[in-house]
Design a protein around this ligand. Structure first.
Ligand SMILES: *[C@@H]1O[C@H](CO)[C@@H](O)[C@H](O)[C@H]1NC(C)=O
Ligand SMILES: *[C@@H]1O[C@H](CO)[C@@H](O)[C@H](O)[C@H]1NC(C)=O
Ligand SMILES: *[C@@H]1O[C@H](CO)[C@@H](O)[C@H](O)[C@H]1NC(C)=O
Ligand SMILES: *[C@@H]1O[C@H](CO)[C@@H](O)[C@H](O)[C@H]1NC(C)=O
Ligand SMILES: *[C@@H]1O[C@H](CO)[C@@H](O)[C@H](O)[C@H]1NC(C)=O
Ligand SMILES: *[C@@H]1O[C@H](CO)[C@@H](O)[C@H](O)[C@H]1NC(C)=O
Length: 774
């Protein structure tokens, strides 16, 4: 029995360490409440055999089409059912082009035409570019009479589309003017932000101070001329990562940037001829763990308000140090970002003795008009009608100092969400009106293993409603788009494209489940006894609807009524399995036998899927109830998931549950106690022996022989402790564990001392080791 105390102690002392390692103490990390597995019937997939790399997408709501660019083909799919292909067009490289590409030393897999750029033009045509076997090309495409066709106007795609299909790029079409950020040359060494199809083609200076080994992420247009009192111009924002010039770091340090240009820029007259005169950039910070290397940008979504000043850039970041699998979402107010460029100080290089430049804040006089500013009313009053009229000293200033001194900081100072596990790749955001009359933003976040997470932030509290597995393969999500018109989210990857509804309220079967989902789209309809999707105008007539997104308060829910009892007959000595799957990753499952909390002495094993009674005896008979307990915001909600009546074979006809003589039962129980005691001691010894020999390893404990490479991933997803400080502790790996959340579930009132650390664990381990050898 002493051993038992030690094993318990060992488990308890490790638990705080597990929590630390698993990141529950990291601000904002949360586990998705529901996991929706692949091939749920709400999902629609599109994929053509032998065609890969579906990595560009264009939604044409005017035509009801989703255009999908893949390797050597563009598909036109029905937006309401993407598995319905309307038409397609092939655009293949010729054999000669392919041979030429491989002769230049490129991998034959990359010597295809990967469609990368897809834009709609004002006249309804489309503009398409592909990598074309490392010789980028563009073309116009039409959709007429149900047919897609490419026009015979193939043009050079240099600067508009990458040469290398593995390289990130950014591209935007505004009023038939194309903005593209990619590399200009075969080697991929000459980055550029290019504007084509306008009266003046403009590009960036080829200088490390402008773009230094950048990885382009995305571009967005912001209509800043709207409601401007100073006659400001519209802007195009570019997001990228690049090697920082402003840090003295022992190796190259990459940082995230936001840059912007004015739409009306015409370039300079002598200085900066055919170059941007308004290219300014600033660091983009998303402070997660401090101190650490800055997190790097992966995608940006501009959530547009009718007033651009209230619009928000939602950006996803991942950790730069390879060992930490952390991702974060940060949000930036567009006006705050804009003001950095229009009001704040610049950085300037100063030569230091060691022949390199150090970047410091520029505190001298600024030339007039302000360098990098768009042409506004004040400039026009001074006779400067376009950037061509700007004085040389203004242009020389921006040419050498495009970097702003302050960094763009997220709203509320920190990330909206921090996530451990699969890295985040893409984000899309939508605003939803809830029953309380307020609008809430819902974030859809794509991961590198084929999932999308649906997350909300209520008054600073992040909540992940669900995670949906979109692809059978663990492929990174490469495009994420949503359409409010159709109510669908579209995603694509190298494997295929997927379509899911923005909400699937019908998935919530009970009122408590529906309300605790905290999905602003869903409310429980008391009349219909179903979880329904809110219609946009429904927010006023709240009579028969229940929703509580901010408070997760399900106390208004009507009593669901009794759950139908299922009869299970067993033969003596056989094993009985009662299934019960918890409806939420945040719930804890309890089993009750004859209305008493089941404890270890009953000889059952609780696991993720249900309850296993390995050797049924007469005492096994009785009523078993599986209960799920979810405790959002300190309130506990109990849901009965299943009720079983266990009947010994042959007793099925007798109506009442077996009530044997009290003494006989007591006797049997005593025997059971002894058997279980012996068995669990054996298990304990085995556990300790295994631990010592490193056959398996408790997370958080220092494992001398076989340290797990990633403690969180190596952990069996579930660990159940017997309630009421019972005499037994069972550690069972979750047989269905395929998710990599690390969670520890406490059953009953197990208490966890918090003052122990991982260091104690190894000490205890050592101590037990001595014990067991005695
Ligand atoms: C979607 O389209 C496919 C192929 O045309 C068809 O088989 C399927 O039934 C459609 N699904 C729905 C929900 O209409
Ligand atoms: C194309 O898809 C395959 C897998 O389907 C992947 O291995 C490859 O890297 C992808 N190529 C590009 C250029 O994205
Ligand atoms: C919610 O959004 C709608 C549509 O954008 C808008 O008309 C309404 O005023 C917003 N409501 C609130 C409370 O902000
Ligand atoms: C809900 O039920 C109430 C009372 O039965 C009824 O007055 C009301 O019209 C019903 N509402 C709907 C939307 O069916
Ligand atoms: C375990 O359950 C049995 C009845 O199922 C009960 O008599 C006993 O007191 C319980 N033990 C503990 C420690 O709660
Ligand atoms: C379960 O067995 C009882 C008798 O013990 C019987 O009355 C009842 O109808 C059975 N229920 C079902 C669903 O078979």
């Amino acid at each position: 029995m002493f051993l038992w105390v030690l094993v318990c102690w060992l488990l308890f002392c490790c638990l705080p360490a597990i929590q630390v390692i698993c990141g529950t103490h990291l601000p904002g990390t949360v586990v998705p409440r529901k996991t929706v597995p692949y091939n749920d019937d709400t999902m629609t997939l599109f994929r053509v055999d032998d065609v890969q790399n579906y990595s560009s997408m264009l939604l044409r709501e005017d035509l009801g089409l989703l255009l999908l660019g893949a390797r050597e083909a563009v598909y036109a799919l029905d937006m309401r059912n993407i598995s319905h292909k309307k038409t397609e067009v092939q655009w293949s490289v010729t054999h000669d082009e392919q041979v030429d590409c491989t002769n230049k030393g490129k991998n034959s897999h990359d010597c295809w035409n990967y469609i990368r750029v897809l834009h709609a033009l004002k006249d309804g045509k489309m503009y398409v570019c592909g990598t074309n076997a490392f010789s980028p090309a563009c073309n116009f495409m039409t959709y007429e009479e149900g047919k897609l066709s490419l026009q015979n106007k193939k043009e050079d795609g240099k600067g508009k589309c990458p040469f290398d299909p593995h390289q990130r790029y950014a591209s935007l079409m505004v009023d038939d003017v194309l903005y593209s950020a990619t590399t200009m040359n075969f080697l991929g060494s000459e980055p550029v932000l290019l504007r084509s199809f306008s009266t003046t083609t403009l590009r960036t200076e080829f200088k490390a101070t402008w773009l230094n080994e950048p990885r382009f992420i995305s571009m967005e247009e912001v209509p800043e001329s709207q409601g401007s009192t100073v006659g400001d111009d519209d802007k195009v924002y570019l997001f990228f990562n690049e090697v920082a010039v402003e840090y003295d770091f022992y190796s190259k340090l990459t940082v995230s940037r936001v840059a912007r240009v004015c739409k009306g820029d015409m370039g300079g007259q002598r200085t900066l001829q055919k170059k941007w005169t308004s290219f300014l950039k600033a660091r983009l910070d998303c402070p997660v763990l401090q101190p650490s290397l800055p997190f790097l940008l992966q995608d940006v979504f501009l959530w547009r308000d009718s007033d651009w000043r209230k619009s928000v850039f939602y950006a996803v970041f991942t950790s730069q140090s390879g060992s930490a699998d952390l991702s974060a979402v940060c949000a930036y107010n567009v006006e705050d970002v804009s003001q950095i460029f229009s009001k704040e100080k610049f950085k300037t290089p100063v030569a230091v003795e060691t022949s390199h430049n150090k970047w410091v804040m520029y505190s001298g006089e600024l030339p007039v008009p302000r360098p990098g500013a768009c042409i506004d009313d004040t400039a026009r009053q001074q006779g400067i009608r376009s950037s061509l009229d700007l004085p040389d000293k203004v242009l020389q200033f921006v040419q050498t100092r495009p970097l702003m001194d302050p960094a763009a900081q997220p709203l509320s100072g920190g990330p909206l969400l921090v996530k451990r596990g699969a890295l985040v790749t893409r984000i899309a955001v939508v605003s939803v009106a809830a029953l309380d009359g307020q609008n809430y933003t819902v974030m859809f976040i794509g991961t590198d293993n084929g999932f999308v997470e649906k997350a909300v932030n209520y008054n600073g509290e992040t909540f992940i409603i669900e995670e949906i597995q979109l692809f059978s393969q663990p492929v990174p999500i490469e495009v994420l788009r949503l359409s409010v018109t159709t109510g669908y989210l579209y995603a694509s990857s190298s494997y295929g494209a997927a379509q899911v509804p923005l909400s699937t309220c019908g998935r919530y079967r009970s009122c408590i489940d529906c309300v605790l989902a905290r999905d602003p789209y869903c409310a429980w309809d008391v009349n219909e006894s179903s979880c329904t999707t809110l219609a946009p105008s429904q927010s006023l007539q709240t009579g028969n609807l229940i929703q509580s997104v901010k408070d997760a308060d399900a106390s208004q829910c009507p009593n669901p009524g009794p759950v139908e009892r299922e009869n299970v007959t067993f033969t003596m000595g056989s094993s009985v399995k009662l299934s019960c799957r918890r409806g939420s990753n945040q719930a804890v499952v309890h089993w009750l036998r004859d209305n008493q909390l089941l404890n270890r002495s009953s000889g059952g094993y609780m696991y993720d899927d249900g309850l296993l009674i390995p050797k049924a005896s007469a005492a096994t008979a009785g009523q078993y109830e599986c209960q799920s307990v979810e405790s959002p915001k300190g309130r506990k909600y109990y849901t009965t998931l299943a009720v079983y009546q266990l009947l010994k074979e042959g007793e099925g006809e007798k109506l009442t549950p077996p009530q044997p003589e009290a003494q006989a039962q007591g006797h049997r129980l005593l025997t059971l106690w002894v058997v279980v005691g012996v068995l669990s001691t054996a298990l304990g010894v085995l556990l300790v022996w295994n631990l010592y020999h490193g056959h398996f390893c408790l997370p958080g404990c220092t494992c001398t022989r076989n340290p797990p490479s990633s403690p969180c991933r190596a952990t069996p997803a579930q660990m159940y402790l017997a309630p009421e400080g019972a005499s037994g502790v069972t550690l069972l790996p979750d047989p269905n564990s395929n998710n990599n959340h690390c969670e520890v579930t406490f059953g009953g009132s197990a208490q966890v001392p918090s003052s122990y650390s991982a260091k104690h664990c190894s000490l205890v381990l050592q101590y037990i080791d001595d014990e067991s050898e005695i």
